[in-house]
Design a protein around this ligand. Structure first.
Ligand code: CMP
Length: 837
């Protein structure tokens, strides 16, 4: 055992090394892990060198630390793994990754299985150990570390979707490999024959179980996060607790994959947290995790590489041969996946086409990193494994890690150059030129202003401004011969608009004028707009904008529950959501118009921004129409939400005022805190009002003139027969040709009767559906709701009873039905009359 202080000192020393490796790696243009690997191996080899020099390593405590490393694999796994995996989850852009969920899941899981199988089968005839052990090794090395290749993809401007695919695949790939590793290890330890069926089912069970657990844990955390009231330190602390907690609960209590659980919770926080955690706190959170994961990754790497010399202590020629086979098998498996498994995905449009050059780059960039070393270490420390199995896994896994780091890692950039992937796409080139030209022009202006303010010499200005101007001129000349076609420019402008929309949505989150759920939907919409504009330009943008206004699945579900089970509550909540969504959406679109004229005009010119302006104006109109449709039926509710909306922004302004006063030192801390508490209290009590669809039969009856002649008792009887019904715009209430089963009275809203001679509009107080009941013939026409409507429905037998006992109403209804009938008949006659000259 070592003194704690001493171990800490060693860790501090390692952190110094890690810290300096970062800039050094950047300087040498190497992926940082490569450098860390070199340092680690060197440190690990240090005691051996010492003893070679005649010093006894045993007597030197510093060397001892490395000989008997005070960290075992349990430490690695329990301390570092949850951190690494949680961070990977939390930085993932879940919404975008979800769009490619199918190929990512398929690639990650199938690729892991294929890699494991290919490697296992390739080594089995040569290795002299059982197939299960060979497969175990396969699982150990099936995890790839995409950091290096992704960093380069970002540099060369690879399509964002491809980068996400690689990232997502690697993420799940790790989880899959670790679950598989656990299953295989259990199999070997219990000395069972590898049974593919039960192995696979265990694998999927632990994978899915872990995923579900992680999802629930993530949601639970998000549910309690409001309790800490935007305290970023507390929020970050809770996420740290979540990472460890869910890992251990999954492993120990539920016996499902802890890694998958951690990943699931990280992804949940990332996907839903952005709208629940204030933007500033969110960036603090991700920065913090970035730092934590960096420490974890670097320490794992350096500590594990320190073990490499020990693991490789007695490597023979045979081992080298096996490493060679392993390397070949590992790359063959990767090629198999990319060139055989991906094409069908491309064919079915489940992923965007990936060029062969990118596929080769991904193959070559399949570095094995910290995770492989951790898993190998876990195998070597498992007491139930025989020494030769341990040695086999340790030597080969380490061999592959070293190979990929030192051969692939150092040549990746070169390979990418050779594959011709370094150039920016023409679109991005022009865009970059434009952005730069614009910024440079602004820089020149402000330099001139400053020089004027401080009365600096003209020659100084000229000197500073010259290179910028030269650049702008060169870019203009370039731009002239490589003009992007109009369509592309419009697409780029629309992408910029959609990105701005995303920023605005996050601002509304900060302003607290929209609920978390609404922010979530708006973010999703903005993402869909970006993707739409990127893929299909204007058409894609418009389609996404239309989709944003359609009724979402949750609404349809709630409507279904209402129609078939009579449950009104969910529908009312969804309607309230819709009012809120439309209110905020209109506000956003308004702000976009400002952004369009302020920021896009200088960049894209009048012609393009006129088009984008029109597109936004159309969106504003559509959102306004949708809102007005609700306002007409529920004016009080919309007004109440508008008030709440304004009050929240007033509270926000109030907070800002206090903040400013405090920052300027005009009010003391205690007073500031007190004022802030007051605002927070007011803001928290401001609940969204409940939406009332207003389906009370008695209230609705009052709106029907036709029943105004009835006395109290008659009305009471009719009220028992009438059933309220709510409809949404464009809902078909009656289908032409159906058998008549009910009459509908319109208490509020409007419907349209689709007659051959043209549509007829019926409004509040009128009725329809009587003709089929009176004549016994099929329905004469389609009747569709134009607005949100509240109807009162009278079923056939009740209608007959009603007609029998209310002669006055009967006369009115008969009269109207007869006039409708004759009107339709006239139209029919006119249509069939021979045309007279
Ligand atoms: P029904 O035929 O049961 O179903 C379609 C309904 O449309 C019909 O009853 C009437 O209520 C309504 N309808 C048909 N023709 C007209 C018309 N000319 N003007 C207004 N309503 C009509």
């Amino acid at each position: 055992m070592f003194d704690t202080a001493f171990v800490l000192l060693v860790i501090a020393a390692l952190l110094v090394v890690v810290g300096f490796c970062q800039p050094l790696a950047a300087y040498l243009k190497l992926p940082p892990p490569v450098l860390l690997g070199v340092v680690g191996v060197a440190l690990g080899g240090f005691p051996a060198v010492l003893s070679q020099l005649g010093w006894s390593a045993r007597s030197d405590p510093f060397a001892d630390v490395f000989v008997e490393l005070p960290v075992n694999s349990a430490t690695f796994i329990y301390v570092f793994l949850p951190l690494l995996v949680f961070e990977a989850g939390i930085v993932t852009d879940v919404r975008r990754t979800l769009e490619d969920a199918a190929p990512i899941l398929l690639l990650a899981i199938v690729a892991t299985l294929i890699t494991t199988a290919v490697i296992g089968l390739a080594l089995w005839p040569l290795a002299g150990v059982s197939l299960a052990v060979c497969l175990l090794l396969g699982a150990v090395v099936a995890t790839t570390d995409p950091a290096a290749v992704i960093a380069i993809f970002r540099d060369v401007g690879a399509p964002a979707r491809l980068t996400r695919l690689v990232e997502g695949e690697a993420l799940l790939n790790d989880a899959a490999a670790i679950s598989l590793f656990a299953v295989l290890l259990a199999m070997i330890v219990s000395a069972r024959e590898p049974d593919i069926g039960s192995g696979l089912s265990q694998f999927f069970l632990s994978f899915i179980g872990g995923g579900v657990l992680g999802l629930l844990a993530g949601r639970a955390l998000l549910a309690v996060i409001p309790w800490v009231r935007d305290d970023r330190l507390a929020e970050a602390t809770l996420t740290l607790a979540l990472a460890y907690g869910v890992f251990i609960v999954a492993e120990r209590l539920f016996h499902v994959s802890g890694v998958v659980a951690v990943l699931g919770s990280g992804l949940t926080i990332s996907g839903l947290g952005r709208s629940r955690i204030a933007p500033y706190n969110w960036s603090f959170l991700t920065d913090l995790w970035d730092q934590i994961a960096f420490w974890a990754r670097s320490l794992v790497f350096i500590l594990a590489s320190i073990l490499v010399p020990r693991l490789l202590g007695d490597v023979g020629l045979r081992d080298l041969l096996l490493v060679g086979v392993l390397v070949a098998a590992a790359f063959a498996a990767r090629i198999l996946v990319l060139f055989v498994l991906v094409p069908p995905l491309e064919f079915f449009k489940l992923t965007q086409p990936i060029s062969s050059a990118y596929k080769l780059a991904i193959t070559w960039g399949g570095l094995r990193g910290a995770l492989t070393l951790v898993l190998a270490l876990a195998a070597t420390e498992n007491a139930a494994l025989s020494p030769e199995v341990k040695r086999f896994v340790a030597v080969l896994a380490t061999g592959l890690v070293l190979f990929t780091l030192f051969v692939n890692g150092t040549t990746l950039r070169l390979v990418i150059d050779l594959l011709g992937l370094v150039r920016l796409s023409p679109r991005n080139q022009v865009l970059r030129d434009q952005v730069l030209a614009l910024s440079y022009a602004e820089v020149c202006d402000s330099v001139r202003d400053m020089a004027r303010d401080h009365a600096l010499a003209e020659s100084a200005i000229a000197e500073v401004v010259k290179p910028y101007q030269a650049w702008i001129e060169a870019a203009n000349a370039r731009d002239a011969d490589e003009r992007l076609i109009e369509r592309d420019r419009l697409a780029i402008a629309l992408v910029a608009l959609a990105n701005q929309e995303r920023v605005l949505v996050l601002e509304t989150r900060a302003d607290r004028i929209a609920s978390a759920a609404t922010v979530q939907v708006l973010l999703r919409n903005a993402d869909a707009l970006v993707e739409g504009a990127r893929a299909e330009g204007r058409v894609g943008y418009r389609r996404a904008a239309e989709a944003a206004l359609s009724f979402p699945i949750a609404f349809r579900l709630a409507y279904f529950l209402y129609r078939f089970f009579g449950i009104v509550r969910f529908l009312a909540d969804r309607l309230a959501d819709r009012v809120e969504l439309l209110l905020v959406m209109r506000l956003l679109v308004d702000r976009l118009l400002g952004f369009n004229s302020r920021r896009l005009v200088p960049m894209f010119g009048e012609r393009i921004t006129e088009l984008t302006g029109e597109i936004i104006a159309r969106r504003r109109e559509a959102a306004g129409d949708a809102l007005d449709a609700l306002r007409r039926q529920y004016p009080d509710y919309v007004a109440a939400l508008e008030i709440r909306f304004l009050r929240q922004s007033a509270l926000r302004q109030e907070t800002e005022r206090y903040q400013a006063l405090f920052d300027e030192g005009l009010i003391p801390q205690e007073l500031y805190d007190d004022l802030k508490r007051g605002v927070a209290g007011a803001s928290a009590t401001e609940q969204r009002p409940r939406f009332d669809i207003g389906l009370d039969t008695h209230r609705l009856i009052e709106r029907l003139d036709i029943l105004s002649g009835l006395d109290e008792r008659q009305l009471g009887r009719v009220a028992m027969l009438l059933r309220p019904r709510f409809t949404v715009p464009n809902e078909r209430i009656i289908r032409k040709g159906d058998r008549g089963d009910a009459v509908f009275f319109i208490a509020s809203g409007a419907v349209e009767v689709a007659l051959p001679a043209g549509p007829v509009r019926l409004g509040s107080g009128e009725f329809f559906g009587e003709m089929a009941l009176l004549s016994g013939r099929p329905r004469q026409a389609d009747v569709t709701a134009l607005t949100y409507c509240r109807l009162l429905v009278l079923r056939k037998i009740d209608f007959e009873r009603f007609m029998a006992s209310n002669p006055e109403a009967r006369a009115t209804i008969n009269r109207i039905a007869a006039s409708r009938h004759s009107m339709n008949q006239d139209d029919l006659d006119r249509a069939t009359e021979p045309a007279s000259l």
